[in-house]
Design a protein around this ligand. Structure first.
Ligand code: ZN
Length: 260
């Protein structure tokens, strides 16, 4: 049963709003003009939709009708802002914080199962950097390799590079890119060079991950943290996690109402 004020409430969740539209209009609503949807709601006694909820419904439609938010970081950013009820400014870059990324990924995963492009993963890692966050918990862990990329140091020539090596051989010592081809293979005759590499991570995020995971399941009011680097990271992540959990909780409750 969808309450008559569901489209007017500030805390209505975008997925619940979308599913409410399915229930009211049938699947065809996804092809309607937005204005037709709003008029239809009004005519059925649901009142004049708020701008916030219109933003949520528009973002839901983008994620239901296209895979743009999975492919392109700008679409991802604007769609997530829409999910949150905000009005995106398409002229500006509006970096999300890590909490917003968590909410956005959970919502996208609930709408469609699509693999995320390199472009979106890199964007999420950049948001974390911008936010001074060094570890990404679930549901963002899949972007961790772009936030803290594995590196290698070549003990023969001294070069330090991102570890994207498929054959485990130093790019410089095998002259991988020097013959002008882009096949990624060692220069002929240099196949036996470059194996003397040491792999390493730019920093150790394990203490943040361990402490976050230990504390994430207990009530945030009971958590006491100090002012160390790890505690500050964990504290920020716990508050983002609360933000994200509040959306999931809201959705559970509202879906019970909408689908009843
Ligand atoms: Zn080397």
């Amino acid at each position: 049963m969808i309450s008559k004020d569901f489209f007017l409430k500030e805390d209505s969740h975008c997925v619940a709003l979308g599913l409410a539209c399915h229930k009211i209009f049938g699947d065809a609503w996804l092809t309607y003009e937005p204005r037709t949807v709003y008029e239809g709601l009004k005519n059925r006694g649901f009142g004049e939709i708020t701008e916030q909820n219109a933003n949520k419904i528009n973002a839901f439609r983008v994620a239901k009708n296209t895979i743009l938010p999975w492919m392109d970081h700008e679409s991802f950013e604007k769609t997530v802002l829409g999910f949150l009820g905000l009005t995106p400014n398409f002229m500006l870059r509006e970096p999300l914080d890590v909490g917003q990324c968590m909410v956005g990924i959970n919502i996208l995963n609930a709408i469609q199962q699509v693999p995320y492009s390199f472009n979106v993963k890199r964007y999420i890692a950049a948001c974390a950097k911008n936010d001074e966050i060094d570890f990404l918990p679930e549901p963002l862990t899949f972007c961790m390799e772009y936030l803290c990329s594995p590196m290698y140091k070549c003990l023969d020539c001294g070069s330090v590079e991102t570890d994207d090596l498929e054959d485990g051989k130093c790019d410089v010592c095998v002259a991988r890119y020097e013959d002008g081809t882009v096949n990624g293979l060692p220069d002929p005759g240099r196949e036996n060079f470059g194996s003397n590499i040491q792999r390493f991570m730019p920093y150790d995020y394990a203490p943040i991950a361990t402490n976050f995971q230990r504390l994430a399941s207990i009530s945030i009011d009971l958590v006491q943290l100090g002012e160390s680097y790890v505690d500050i990271q964990v504290g920020k992540l716990l508050s983002y996690n609360e933000f994200s959990k509040s959306f999931s909780h809201k959705l559970d409750i509202q879906l019970r109402e909408v689908l009843r």
